[in-house]
Design a protein around this ligand. Structure first.
Ligand code: MG
Length: 301
């Protein structure tokens, strides 16, 4: 569990123990059940997402549908970006070469340092493909950000994610009005209730299941954001194949896909989406498209 989200294995277990489903007899009453789950408390978004994914898996298996079909969508095989985390320029260059070696066709480069120009220069010496930039709230000077955005556009960037601190919506709006590249919100938006607040400060939003409390609200958020003309990034935290495979079912609605969670961890207790030529390949079986991997010790009890 990423500690910066305020959730731990212990907090998830405590939350799950509070759930009492005896009042429900039909698992397909998703709206009622998930609204009860959400009302248990005001936090625990990842724990709620876990429950939401499990419930969707059950209902889709009963109905014999993929999660995509359950929401009336086609499964697609989009390119996913591979994230290059903040590190020394040398290590980031090595990661970019490793990504190319592993057949990823798109990079997402984390910036927000005082030497972003050097990092970009070094990475672009070894990377010719498309890329996006995630400043992770790390930029502060608006004029400098605008200049850099023009430079990144010339270098072939797709979009800029979360340039400024999450609450600095005015600065983001200023940049969005001038930027040659789409400006996408990540930390500035977690749930559907945040959409109204950020819609005029960005060109798009990064939707993640661990922020939205799961598939159901992610789907609603995506639909409403699209109706406002916003672009959609489908993203993830450091996540197992379970959440990423579930989210992959919504890729028909995405402008860009950043579902690389399972490729960034080495203790994945599930298997689901696979990578082929940089594209996500989904399971055609009913359900969310992932299953426990028996070899993992988590399932040896
Ligand atoms: Mg981000």
């Amino acid at each position: 569990m990423p500690p910066y989200l305020g959730e731990s294995q212990e907090s998830v277990q405590t939350f799950l123990k509070k759930i009492d489903l005896t009042q429900f007899s039909d698992p397909s009453a998703l709206a009622d059940i998930l609204s009860y789950i959400d009302g248990i408390d005001g936090a625990n978004n990842a724990a709620k997402a876990g429950f939401d994914i499990a419930l969707h898996d059950l209902v889709c298996q009963v109905k014999g549908k993929t999660l995509a079909a359950f929401y009336g969508l086609e499964q697609t095989s989009p390119l996913t970006s591979f994230t290059i985390g903040i590190d020394t320029p040398e290590k980031m260059v090595n990661k970019a070469m490793e990504a190319a070696h592993n057949d990823f066709k798109v990079l997402k480069i984390k910036l927000g340092t005082d030497h972003d120009d050097l990092i970009m220069k070094r990475i672009l010496e070894v990377w010719n493909g498309p890329f996006s930039v995630d400043a992770n709230q790390g930029w502060h000077d608006a004029d400098q950000a605008l200049d850099f955005t023009h430079h990144l556009k010339e270098e072939g960037a797709l979009f800029i994610e979360q340039p400024f601190p999450k609450d600095d919506l005015e600065k983001s709006r200023w940049l969005a009005e001038r930027s040659a590249l789409p400006i996408v919100a990540d930390e500035s938006i977690k749930r559907l209730s945040d959409l109204n607040n950020v819609k005029d400060s960005f060109h798009g939003i990064n939707v993640k299941l661990m922020k939205t409390t799961g598939i159901r609200e992610a789907f609603q958020l995506i639909q409403q954001a699209k109706s406002l003309g916003l672009k959609i990034v489908l993203g993830c935290m450091a996540e197992s194949s379970l959440a990423v495979s579930a989210m992959a079912n919504l890729t028909a609605l995405a402008d860009w896909v950043d579902l690389d969670g399972p490729f960034l961890i080495d203790n994945d207790p599930f298997e689901g989406v696979k990578l082929k030529d940089g594209r996500l390949i989904q399971s055609k079986h009913p359900g969310v498209g992932a299953k426990p991997t028996p070899k993992n010790s988590l399932f040896c009890e």
